[in-house]
Design a protein around this ligand. Structure first.
Ligand SMILES: [Fe+2]
Length: 160
């Protein structure tokens, strides 16, 4: 399988999710729930492999720098998955009240904070050995090929 540059791809994923979340917030301001729902659907598809790669490959590799703090990253993912699930559920509605739109926009903001935090791992990844980066690139490509969405992965594959 072709190896990807794991740091470049990792950061590009974050940029796409950042832009998607900002678009969701704008769509909610404009009361366009269908648009917000569609964007969240795209994000759900796009970030499934990213999360899976992080938990199955990147975090274990970063343990050499972070030790047990890696467990905190997994815990942070618990919160992100819960927030994404709640937001997706809310956006199933045909119409949102002002309060519901604000709740959904706040969920998107919470996810945005995670994107920002997660991108910081790139600076640590830069200290990995070329062979480790090569292997991570292959693992990321593999996760993308499996193409399991975030919420499907969380429900069916992710270890509790
Ligand atoms: Fe990430």
């Amino acid at each position: 399988m072709t190896a990807l540059d794991p740091i470049v791809e990792f950061r590009n994923d974050h940029r796409k999710v950042r832009d998607g979340l900002l678009d969701i917030i704008d769509a909610l301001k404009a009361k366009d729930v269908v648009k917000a729902r569609n964007i969240l659907g795209d994000i759900n598809t796009a970030v499934g492999p990213h999360f899976r790669y992080e938990e199955e490959n990147l975090y274990p590799t970063l343990k050499i720098f972070l030790g047990e703090y890696v467990d905190q990253l997994i815990k942070e993912h618990d919160g992100v998955i819960e927030t994404a699930r709640a937001c997706a559920q809310l956006l199933q509605k045909d119409k949102l009240t002002d309060e519901e739109a604000e709740t959904a926009a706040n969920a998107a903001r919470a996810l945005l904070v995670h994107v920002s935090n997660c991108d910081g791992l790139a600076i640590l990844s830069e200290r990995l050995k070329p062979q480790e980066l090569k292997e991570l690139g292959e693992k990321l490509a593999r996760a993308r090929k499996a193409a399991v969405s975030l919420l499907d992965w969380a429900e069916k594959i992710r270890k509790k």
